[in-house]
Write a protein that binds this ligand. Sequence first.
Ligand SMILES: [Zn+2]
Length: 259
Amino acid sequence: MLIDIGANLTHKSFDKDLTNVINEAEKSGVKKIIITGADRDSNKQALKICDEYPLSQLYVTAGCHPHYAKDFKSSDIKTIKDNINNPHLKAIGECGLDYFRNFSPRQKQIDCFKMFLELSCELQKPLFLHQRDSFDDFIKIIEPYLKDIPKYVVHCWTGAKDELEVLIKKDAYIGITGWVCDEKRGEHLHEQLKIIPNNRLMIETDSPYLTPKTLKNKNHRNVPANLPHIAKYIAKITNKTYDQICQQTTNTAINFFGL
Ligand SMILES: [Zn+2]
């Protein structure tokens, strides 16, 4: 069994066949999926999707992606608080910083990020974090909150080794996507996978983005059913068995999100 800790199932590319996508994931061994909430609307939509599925299958994070920080309103925090007793809602996020695209001004990203860090401390919910090309600010901002945040995962990790070492020292969990299967862009992650402790690694597809480059018959759209492919690839480069990767990452996700 596998758990996809990050799938953007509220993306419009899933509008027509979401049931099928979730069923295919189930058949492939992906028994649980955490739907990423990326803004006010997708937080709401993610919880709505969950209503149609058993509690043991679909879960949600609720946050605001740094791309959308410019549209963030403090009332969005209140809406999340109003839903905090929904048993599908397992983490705060995604939130963080993205200086690669800068779709929102940096100061807006920082202000929004801090609101969610405070929310995680207040509600004692784990954090699902996004960081791209912004590591120095990212670390500086989370540092004062670390003593109060219950747990945090830096999802879709693609950074440098020295940055990963800092995160591991600071007890971060790390989410690895199909980026690792990209020979050009993901090779640096092969060595890094060896220094992530077994009980801190989780895996994710980031569907519909980041379709693994090594997938045969690859469709343009990534889906949670591709997670076993990523797990097999990680098993190969870390000299572990597929079963070991499944067991370790699943146990870690169950503990992290309290599933
Ligand atoms: Zn992200």
